[in-house]
Design a protein around this ligand. Sequence first.
Ligand SMILES: O=C1C[C@@](O)(C(=O)O)C[C@@H](O)[C@@H]1O
Length: 247
Amino acid sequence: MLTIGSLAFRPPFPKLCVPITATSREDLQSQCQALQHRKYDLIEFRYDYFGAAMSATHVHTVLATLRRELPHVPLLFTLRTEKEGGKYALPEIEYAKITQAALADAAVDAIDLEYTMSPALRTPLCRQAQARNLPVILSFHNFRETPSHASVQQQLEAMYACRPAITKVAYMPQTPQDVLTVFQCSLQFTRRHPQAPLIALSMGNLGRITRIGGAVFGSIITFADGVRPSAPGQLPADLLYTLRDYV
Ligand SMILES: O=C1C[C@@](O)(C(=O)O)C[C@@H](O)[C@@H]1O
């Protein structure tokens, strides 16, 4: 069974993930303190929000600060690249170095790796995660549009071929049909691969329904706004926490 830290992914799904979007150590402390009063299942630490302060050595200090405030929370580490919605542009090699450092830090329970990263850098990071038994969330984001049904399906299959712990896609919808495409592709994917954990969502206001009802079609994590949102369309964490019991 898939686990992230102490969190076991047995139904009822979905699990609620709240991002930390702190831009400094002080901000991190205050976001962590605010999260002590929210309801959620796991935290995503979006390190890219630190911008120019990011480095492979800084990451350990920052994770230690986070763990002082939230010692036991299941923690997903994400360094989002600018081209996939991240807050700061880094050369790929820097991205790999920081991710490598995060992977070596005991504070981290799961790691997000982007599918579009060059395999020469991604493959060793995946191996490092496997060696520590850390789940890899292989992700892909398109903040502009939702492509055709066939391309979303193709994207999911290509990503799943890498056998990550979780396959994750996020698209921006332009029409209600785009939202349906994400639901339909999720359903098809989970029927084809019933054992393969999936996260599939539509962003923006139009896509909000996928954050509420995604689990019906097989999506196992929904991202919600705990302190400050990390993507357009995220709903308040407390609201989603209550709602999911009714979906
Ligand atoms: O990949 C995702 C999903 C997300 O983009 C969203 O739309 O909720 C939010 C990001 O923080 C996270 O890394």
